[in-house]
Design a protein around this ligand. Sequence first.
Ligand SMILES: [Zn+2]
Length: 128
Amino acid sequence: MSGIRGKNTEPELIVRSFLHRAGLRFRLHAKVPGKPDLVLPKYRTVVFVHGCFWHRHEGCRYATVPANNAAFWKEKFANNIGRDAKVKGQLEKVGWRVLIAWSCQLSKRELAGLAATIGCSRTLRLCR
Ligand SMILES: [Zn+2]
């Protein structure tokens, strides 16, 4: 069900509320290629909140391969990876910076790093 990305899933809410508190303003599911979870026009940046299993977080312990139907999963995962890469390319081509928030990396410290990467964080005193 990878193609049908759930809206308002919990990891997405965590990222959203952190960035909001960090003083970053974003739009949700804006109409840009790939329908990123968060769009920050001011920073020309989009953020995808990716589940490690479906989007194959490299080297992640959550990116497991089910024992049954190995061929089915292999194809499914290859499709997901291909789709993600294609969307990233489409976005970058028109000048968007693409950031990924992996669902296993949502600690305060990791999110602060994401906010800093985006360019501004009140908690890190990076805002004007
Ligand atoms: Zn992960």
